[in-house]
Write a protein that binds this ligand. Structure first.
Ligand SMILES: *Cc1c(COP(=O)(O)O)cnc(C)c1O
Length: 398
């Protein structure tokens, strides 16, 4: 390790809150599907900033849009009209399902969920929410309150009251939780942090019907599944179900922080001036970055690419599972949101270590799941390299 890198590690451990379990790697540069560390080593990136760099690292169009906008105007506040914000709002509404007519901008995933929870209360007039076991919606108090994983909640209770958790993928469990305090249901169409959990076929359709029958608002958290990740702009568009409220963030800004909470027109219109706001939300720079990222998504047909490469990848993963049945117990995913369920944490760690040795970045989530969420532009050859490496890791374990 160079003295400069050692210095970075030292400064971090001395001055930064002890919140991250970081790998001892300092990344300094990215381009497309590749990143480089401070020692000059190149990596194939199948993490993409955790499903953020969907259009690839430092896409020239995104870089240029940020440069140009930074020279014009970086921030002015929502006391005034902001031209790139208005254009981004229009662009998003055009890409979202027809029923989703209005958007609110913020700066992250958790903020998009906070906005959705407040809107759900205001629009339904009810405080209660049904959320899913195993879900992840963020780490601020509202979003944490609907996150169905003990490990994130521990030490921070009491959280926002009125949340009931039900089994993801189980309609009976949902029906049993209904009472007259409940105004909305929130879920990820495919659970991300929870381990790439795909619900049974027809489940989201049935949840939609259940919400309609009982006058509940349906909130989809597409913070990870959105922006083309699953082979449609939203996973719910691929599955064919329209929510009342939808949250996006992660990939939306081409790597730049931005979040959005979008809703049916009549639902959003239950908000009045002052009900909610964000100082930075929808600032010129973030909106210029997102507009450029959306253009790249369309021009390079990345949504279609994610769908095709994803279909091929699932077949490869099925083969890996067949070859290593005692180690790989399940493979799951849609588009380029892929997960290999390992039989133990030790196996997942071995596979992770082997990939890192070969300079392929993958992610381990929910303890035992190897998660691949690469840039949507990744080639089959590149993904093949990652899969070979995973197999090598599996073969080396006895
Ligand atoms: C990452 C993520 C969040 C939280 O986003 P932040 O930008 O980290 O606040 C919320 N929901 C889902 C589904 C996510 O994947």
């Amino acid at each position: 390790m160079t003295p400069e890198t050692e210095r970075t590690l030292e400064l971090d451990s001395k001055y930064h809150a002890p919140l991250y379990r970081r790998l001892k790697i300092c990344l300094v540069k990215g381009s497309g599907t590749r990143v480089w560390d401070s020692e000059g080593r190149e990596y194939l990136d199948c993490v993409a900033g955790i499903a953020v760099n969907n259009v690839g690292h430092c896409h020239p169009k995104v870089v240029e849009a940020i440069r140009r906008q930074a020279g014009e105007f970086i921030h002015c506040s929502n006391l005034y009209y902001i031209e790139p914000q208005a254009r981004l709002a229009q662009k998003l509404v055009e890409m979202l399902p027809r029923e989703i007519e209005k958007v609110f901008f913020c700066n992250s995933g958790t903020e998009a969920v906070e906005a959705a929870l407040k809107l759900a209360r205001k629009a339904s007039g009810k405080p209660g929410i049904i959320a899913m076991e195993g879900s992840f919606h963020g780490r601020t108090f509202g979003s944490l309150s609907v996150t169905g994983q003990e490990k994130y909640r521990l030490s921070f209770e009491p959280l926002v009251p009125g949340v009931k958790f039900v089994k993801f993928g189980d309609l009976q469990s949902l029906a049993n939780a209904l009472d007259d305090t409940i105004g909305a249901v929130i879920l990820e169409p495919i659970q991300g942090e929870g381990g790439i959990v795909v619900p049974p076929q027809g489940y989201l359709q049935s949840v939609r019907e259940f919400c309609d029958e009982n006058g509940l608002l349906l909130i989809f958290d597409e913070i990870q599944t959105g922006m083309g990740r699953t082979g449609a702009f939203l996973a719910s568009q691929r599955i064919g179900v329209v929510p009342d409220i939808v949250c996006m963030a992660k990939g939306l800004g081409g790597g730049f922080p931005i979040g959005v909470m979008a809703a049916r027109g009549e639902v959003m219109d239950s908000f009045q001036p002052g009900d909610h706001a964000s100082t930075f939300g929808g600032n010129p720079l973030a909106c210029a970055a997102a507009l450029a990222a959306l253009e790249v998504l369309e021009e390079e047909k990345l949504v279609e690419k994610a769908r095709e490469t994803g279909r091929w990848a699932m077949q490869k993963m099925e083969k890996i599972k067949l070859t290593h049945p005692s180690q790989v117990t399940d493979v799951r995913g849609l588009g380029l949101m892929l997960g290999l369920q390992m039989a133990s944490e030790r196996i997942a760690q071995e596979v992770f270590d082997q990939c890192l040795k070969e300079r392929i970045l993958v992610n381990r989530t929910a303890g035992t799941v190897i998660r691949l969420v690469p840039p949507l532009s990744i080639s089959r050859d590149e993904l093949s390299r990652a899969f070979s490496c995973i197999e090598q890791g599996l073969s080396s374990i006895r």
